[in-house]
Design a protein around this ligand. Sequence first.
Ligand code: PHE
Length: 453
Amino acid sequence: MAKFDFSKRDSFGSKIGIIAAAAGSAIGLGNIWRFPYVTGENGGAAFLLIYLGFIIMIGIPVMLSEFTIGRRAQRNPFGAFRLLKKGQPWYLIGLMGIAAAFFILAFYSTIAGWTLEYLYLSITDGFSGKSPEQLNSMFKKFQSDGWWPVIWQVIFMFFTAWIIYRGVRNGIEKYAKILMPVLLLIIFIICIRSVTLPGAIDGLRFLFKPDFSKINPSVILEALGQAFFSLSIGMGTLITYGSYINKRDNLSTTAISVSAADTFIAILAGVAIFPAVFAYGINPAEGEALVFITLPNIFMEMPGGYFWALLFFLLLVIAALTSTISVLEVVVAFFSEELNINRKQATIIASIAITILGVFCTLSQGPLNQPFIGENTLFEILEYTSANLFLPIGGFFIVIFVGWFMGRKNVDDEISNSGKFKLPLFNFFLVIVRIIAPIAIAMVFLYQLGILG
Ligand code: PHE
């Protein structure tokens, strides 16, 4: 079989393009749909504090480690581990990442499809005049309808595939540079509206005033899982994006900027959503329906609701799209480089395969709504296990690899661009990736299993 020609690999064109693309991957439904409801279910501010601790202590080092592996090897995650550590089974971590990409995109595209339906409803003024009960049953009916959610999911996957089909620079980077500023602008406008609602202060208190009695092992695992999911780390998305970063660019400042942007947007999403939730007397622990039932309700009570609903669902669609492309890219890079299928065909094959799994996921919310494992549907299993198991386990091995196996010289050389800029805290970074991050991740797991604590 002919080999992939690595000298013809695509790459990002500018530093701002890299940041837009990586922040586009990180900022997604994880920030705007998942963060508020997981925070709501896990007690608010206390959860937020633990989450922030994990971002700083584990998230940023894992992200920098992924960029380092990717740019060093200039390969997809599987190829990267195989190249950097020949003859050892590290490539299994890459393979696990590629499997995780399949699982994540399958359930993620279900929700991404819902966002399209809700954008469509906002454009056609589909919420106005509906009572809270009607909005509730409208969502439930749509979610469990056999075909509509599948059609929207397929349309969403088509957009995702189309951008990936166009390549790294002309697809991912170009669209991220257009869409991310729009996303920022929309979320700012919605935040201003939300905090100026009467009664908003209760929502802000819920988000910022910790009640530590709410913390237990499963809250801690949720915070860790959410940090991994939200930063897009632990499965090789950022190894893949890192492999397209130019040798001139500074990896550590990129990792810090992207993590900061992601965290900032998650907090802004909380600031946009909780004041409105409290101002209209809704339970913040509403669960995954929070943004699809609660928010249309709130919008309909606000003056100018049509406009706010439209802006919000447009925001969700954009956030989802810049993330789905990053997940698809992992699989496409793997198919095209390892199986030497040309990129365009790889895009088509990968998208079709993922969409098929995704359709089952969508149907598991409706006609195929039956327990898959235990009491949970396929959708619930994929969502929970990918965030709380696959990603932290992947992250654990990624930091161990960079800390102990990649070779200090290689790591230093890659992060400092062959000595051009020194990471002032390089030794501290090493201590984190060698010891602190792996122990912290392992402890969260043991604690959760009831072995510790
Ligand atoms: N970080 C994305 C979000 O917050 C989801 C994602 C997870 C993307 C893992 C890529 C890899 O929505």
